[in-house]
Design a protein around this ligand. Sequence first.
Ligand code: HEM
Length: 156
Amino acid sequence: MDIAPGLLPVAGLLGTWRGDAAGSYPTIEDFSYTDEVVFTDVGKPFLHYLQRSWGPTGAPMHTETGYLRLPAPGTAEFVLAQPMGQTELCEGTVTVEGHVVVLQMESRVLNSATAKHVVSTRRRYELAGDRLVTTFALAAVGRPMTHHLRSELRRV
Ligand code: HEM
C-alpha cells in the first residue's frame, strides 16, 4: 500500500516509538513516565495516531488518539480526542530541513462540562532519523501557555 503523496513529508513517523519522558505544571508535582506513540498508515490521506504512557511502576497514565493531516504543502492539522473530556484541534506547520522534520501546532480546545478547563495547547514533534522528540505545553486551569511534557522516543 503506497502512502498518500501528500503525507510523504511525515512518512518517517510511521511505526512505533517509545522512550523516557517527564512532565510538570505549576499546579502539580513533577513526574516521569514512559511514552509510546504509534503512527499508522490506513491508506487514506491522514495517519492514525495513538499515544499511551505508563508511570515508573508500569501503571497506565495518559492516552490519546486522533489523526494527523497535511491538507496543503507545509500545513499540518492534528485532530485529537482526550479522555479527560477535551477535543483538541491543532493547526500549524510541517517543515523539512535535510533529514529533520518538525511539526509545530497550536490548538483550539473544546471542554466537556466536567473537564478541567483547557484553553489551548502547543505541540512540537521533531523527527531526526530514529529519534523523535515531543514537547507539549498548555494554557489551562487559569494558567497561561506553560510547559507540561517532553519525551525523547526511539523507533522500536
Ligand atoms: C503523556 C501525556 C500526559 C501525562 C503523562 C500527563 C500527566 C499528568 C499528571 C500526572 C497530572 C497531575 C495529576 C492529575 O491531575 O492527573 C496532570 C495534570 C493535568 N494535565 Fe496532564 N498529562 C498528559 C497529557 C495531558 C494533555 C494532552 C492535556 C490537555 C489536553 C493535559 C492536561 C492536564 C491538566 C489540565 C491537568 C490538571 C492540572 C491541575 O489540576 O492543576 N495533560 N497531567
